[in-house]
Design a protein around this ligand. Structure first.
Ligand code: ADP
Ligand code: MG
Length: 562
């Protein structure tokens, strides 16, 4: 087959432009990305070999090799992993498959400063393309395990790339960067220096479970040709004790598994001993990913069995409402051949899920008690997701309510817990009042709020879509009913209202004619027209029955086609 030239997709081209005129101040990370891809490819090959006896591959020496050539100014990262077919190279490298890329570019334009842009790049995992930060040309030669022919991909990162078939490619993938001219001002960025490579691998990829070797210098200075040097320790962080591992090492693992550039908000360790042994290392991110509420969101933890990665996004390990948690679970006694379907049913996996759920919730609780600021960040980013658990996880409902906080009329920018609300309740107030709506502002401007404001009764201001639903499902907190100020009869009389029962009755008779007329005029638009003590300024407002859907929920269900 002749060499074919292809154009990058528009989005890929935009991304490449960004890489070439790099906004990333820390260019070293390109090597982390390439090593991380190589490591993934080795994981995939091992798994394929375990599952498919027919696959004819040698897995006896799986490793990653880095080779530099100062004269030619090239750097090559090579693996003998799964490799890619011709089609796969076009799909995976030639286009940007990630649905989030358009979103990424949009957010990037909105990012105010370089730091923000860096965060975004890491978060969206531009991976392979980051090579163009340091190279003016990249070449990739690959052969898929089990296939005869290989493929060469090459690009200068501008508008196009070429693909051609090659006969003699070794199995696996090698990526060669033709480095940009050296900057005489800045020797620190010489990526052909073994010293530099050693440092970067140690810093970013030490925990990679495959050996990352530096190819021996062929023009070796000494008489004997030195053997290859392994640069990383390959130690599984989750198997090491807490005091042996630095925060930075944990953070690098998080970046690898979490596809995030920034350090995590919190690291959670768990070692389960006994009949079913496993270790878990979980991370709470500091920022919610942009696609957390979309169908395509890839949730789940990495599942290892005795140090072998067997599944990347194992959903069964955590409930959906903790889908933002990243990390690793390494179990001792699971079959390597499990499918996702089997895992969902597996008793041990369910046990792990229960345990991890409790552990995450208790971690948030500790955070709340000990570090108000970080807790506030967590809840701002993930509260809306965690509250989904109030519906789906009745077992942990109390634990979730204990870590939940809500905006309230009590204070402008200090959320309250239900506990605190209850402690502030005045004499004669039996219920916890809330109102749902799109924003704090729209709720505060609602006529429903008038009487509450006038009487100084605190109201929770709930603005997440899920709030509409959980308040009904939960119903009460410590024996106090959760009541919407916009639904049914809300009686503030008990708290010293103006209108006594007798007075009300009199008013009712007085206005009977007017109410009857209004009801007739409005016809089917309303169920009832009645006098209210809830308004102080507005002449009238629309109220739902206690059991009706609220307007926001009605439109949510309508949007879902129900
Ligand atoms: P990500 O790793 O987040 O998927 P990358 O841009 O780093 O994104 O890589 C894109 C895809 O290209 C990978 O998902 C993988 O399928 C493929 N790929 C990249 N490098 C390799 C490699 N060394 N071996 C096999 N496949 C690779
Ligand atoms: Mg990658």
């Amino acid at each position: 087959m002749p060499t074919e030239t292809f154009e990058f997709q528009v989005e890929a081209r935009q991304l490449l432009q960004l890489m070439i005129h790099s906004v990333y101040s820390n260019k070293d990370v390109f090597l982390r990305e390439l090593v991380s891809n190589a490591s993934d490819a080795l994981d995939k090959l091992r798994l394929a070999a375990l599952r498919d006896d027919g696959l004819d591959v040698d897995t006896s020496d799986l490793h990653i090799e880095i080779e530099t050539d100062p004269e030619a100014r090239t750097l090559t990262v090579r693996d003998n992993g799964i490799g890619m077919s011709y089609e796969e190279v076009g799909q995976l490298i030639g286009t940007i498959a990630h649905s989030g890329t358009a979103q990424f570019l949009k957010e990037l334009q909105e990012a105010k400063d370089a730091a923000g842009a860096e965060g975004l790049i890491g978060q969206f995992g531009v991976g392979f393309y980051s090579g163009f930060m340091v190279a003016d040309e990249m070449t990739l030669v690959t052969r898929r395990a089990g296939e005869d022919r290989g493929t060469r991909w090459s690009s200068r990162g501008e508008g196009t790339y070429t693909l051609e078939t090659v006969d003699d490619a070794p199995q696996g993938t090698s990526v060669t960067l033709h480095l940009k001219p050296a900057d005489p001002e800045n020797q620190l960025h010489d990526y052909t220096s073994p010293w530099k490579i050693r440092e970067i691998v140690k810093r970013y990829s030490d925990f990679i479970t495959w050996p990352v070797r530096m190819a021996p210098d062929s023009k070796g200075e000494g008489e004997e040709t030195p053997g290859p040097e392994t640069l990383n320790s390959m130690k599984a962080l989750w198997a090491r004790s807490r005091d042996e591992v630095s925060d930075e090492e944990y953070h690098e693992l998080y970046k690898h598994v979490g596809h995030d550039w920034r350090p995590p908000l919190e690291t959670v360790r768990l070692q389960a001993e006994g009949t079913f042994e496993y270790q878990a290392l979980l991370f709470l991110p500091e920022h919610a990913p942009h696609d957390l509420f979309t169908q395509g969101y890839r949730r789940g933890l990495q599942l290892y069995v005795k140090r072998v990665l067997i599944m990347d996004d194992c959903e069964a390990l955590l409930p959906p409402y903790l889908r933002f948690v990243k990390g690793v679970v390494d179990a001792q006694d699971l079959s390597l051949n499990v499918s996702r379907e089997i895992l969902q049913q597996d008793r041990h996996i369910r046990m792990i899920q229960r345990r991890l759920t409790k552990k995450v919730l208790s971690t948030v609780k500790d955070l709340k008690a000990k570090d108000a600021e970080r807790y506030a960040t967590f809840w701002r980013e993930f509260g809306a997701v965690v509250k989904e658990g109030l519906l789906s996880d009745t077992e942990n409902r109390d634990a979730i309510l204990a870590v939940a906080s809500f905006a309230s009329t009590h204070a402008e920018d200090e959320p309250t817990t239900l506990q605190q609300y209850v402690e502030r309740m005045g004499d004669g107030q039996d219920d916890i009042y809330y109102m749902t709506g799109e924003s704090r502002e729209s709720i505060e401007n609602s006529p429903h709020m008038e009487a509450f404001r006038a009487k100084g009764v605190e109201v929770l201001l709930l603005t997440d879509p899920v709030d509409e639903v959980w308040v009904d499902a939960v119903g009460e907190f410590e024996g106090k009913r959760l009541r919407s100020v916009a639904k049914g009869e809300v009686d503030l009389d008990a708290q010293g209202d103006v209108a006594s029962g007798e007075e009300r009755e009199k008013q009712g008779e007085e206005f009977a004619g007017l109410l009857g007329w209004m009801k007739e005029q409005l016809g089917d638009e309303v169920k009832d027209v009645r006098l209210s003590s809830r308004l102080t300024v507005s002449p009238a407002c629309v109220v739902s029955d206690a059991h009706d859907l609220t307007p926001a929920l009605e439109s949510m269900y309508r949007a879902m086609g129900q």
